[in-house]
Design a protein around this ligand. Structure first.
Ligand SMILES: [Zn+2]
Length: 341
């Protein structure tokens, strides 16, 4: 059934392309398109990562830039917003963003961007960079993988820490992390602290680390934009107002102090925001904020709830496993079945 669905999408994507239905110049003119990437890793490391859907390889990133470059002006989130709202350009505009401040962005994505003379926005969670510690979802993901091969006693210890409703996901990183997003911030923090105490540190590979401030500064010096991804990558609407303000304001101050450049773009962790987040972001001096709501941005849309398109390379592959221009055009023109909102 799954294969049949893939074949149907392939045929639909091909027909849409040859008929001009997914003509990017037409479908994306007067639209601001923003891409979301997370990790950029070679294939062998993607296999070791708990959330492969969040990874593109350098080759996949190159392929995608080859596909979009003829159609779009490409740049950082804030620079493309400036162009879009000043109506400097009616040609399709594409802002590229990488969330989470991972070292692999610096190591593997930056050289590809450099090759294409593209600049991007990197959203940095300031606390994990400061403390050289993985973001909570990675601590959970690698913890899951460790406990899946651990002794019975260790597994019992792990299960004793999980909310009863999530026991069935104890060794399934993606499902477990999704479930943990709905428990309170404090409960999640306690679980993460327990993992830090009880999982051998070798289980968190060096390649999975975040960037150092020195590497963040270098990206800024290369002409990329550095945005804030809050301090701790907390789920903002769950926080009391004081802490919410701290996450949004202090991360901005901290990153600015490190890079010596104003930080004007905010990325809501997990894409979650509410009216307080928007108000605080605006009052703190940000000029825009991005969500994970799928889609294009139009001229009247709020600058503080911008839509983005997350790039999961699996959705760009045909039934046969090849990267497909037809499928990519279907997604970029916002016509992929089930994704239009
Ligand atoms: Zn994030």
């Amino acid at each position: 059934m799954y294969n049949l669905k893939k074949i149907i999408v392939d045929i639909y994507a091909w027909l849409a392309n040859v008929s001009g239905k997914t003509n990017i110049g037409r479908c994306c003119s007067n639209r601001l398109v923003l891409f979301t990437f997370h990790r950029c890793l070679p294939g062998r490391l993607r296999e070791e990562y708990p959330y492969p859907g969040l990874v593109v390889t350098p080759d996949e990133l190159s392929w995608l830039l080859d596909v979009v470059r003829p159609y779009f002006q490409i740049g950082t989130i804030s620079s493309m917003i400036d162009k879009f709202y000043s109506q400097e350009s009616s040609s399709p505009l594409l802002g590229i963003s990488f969330d989470d401040g991972q070292w692999d962005n610096y190591k593997y994505a930056q050289p590809v961007l450099e090759h294409y003379d593209c600049r991007a926005t990197f959203y940095i969670p300031s606390s994990p960079v400061e403390t050289n510690r993985l973001i909570w979802h990675d601590l959970v993901g690698f913890g899951c993988l460790f406990f899946s091969g651990a002794s019975r006693k260790q597994q019992e210890g792990w299960l004793s820490q999980l909310p009863s409703g999530l026991l069935g996901y104890a060794y399934s990183p993606s499902f477990l992390v999704n479930g943990l997003k709905s428990i309170s911030n404090d409960e999640r923090s306690d679980l993460v602290e327990w993992l830090v105490q009880n999982v051998p540190h070798e289980s968190w590979p060096q390649w999975a680390r975040l960037m150092t401030w020195k590497e963040v500064r270098q990206l800024s010096q290369f002409g990329h934009e550095i945005g804030s991804h809050t301090c701790s990558h907390a789920i903002l609407p769950q926080l009391p107002k004081k802490l919410l303000a701290y996450e949004i304001e202090h991360s901005k101050d901290q990153i600015e102090a490190e890079i010596g450049v104003p930080v004007t773009s905010l990325c809501y962790p997990n894409g979650d925001f509410n009216a307080d987040c928007v108000r605080i972001a605006r009052d703190s001096g940000y000029t825009n904020a991005v969500s994970t709501i799928w889609g294009h941005n139009k001229a009247n849309d709020s600058l503080f709830t911008l839509r983005r398109m997350d790039i999961d390379q699996r959705q760009h592959r045909s039934f046969l496993g090849h990267l497909s221009v037809d499928r990519t055009k279907l997604r970029l023109t916002n016509q992929y079945p089930g994704l239009r909102r």
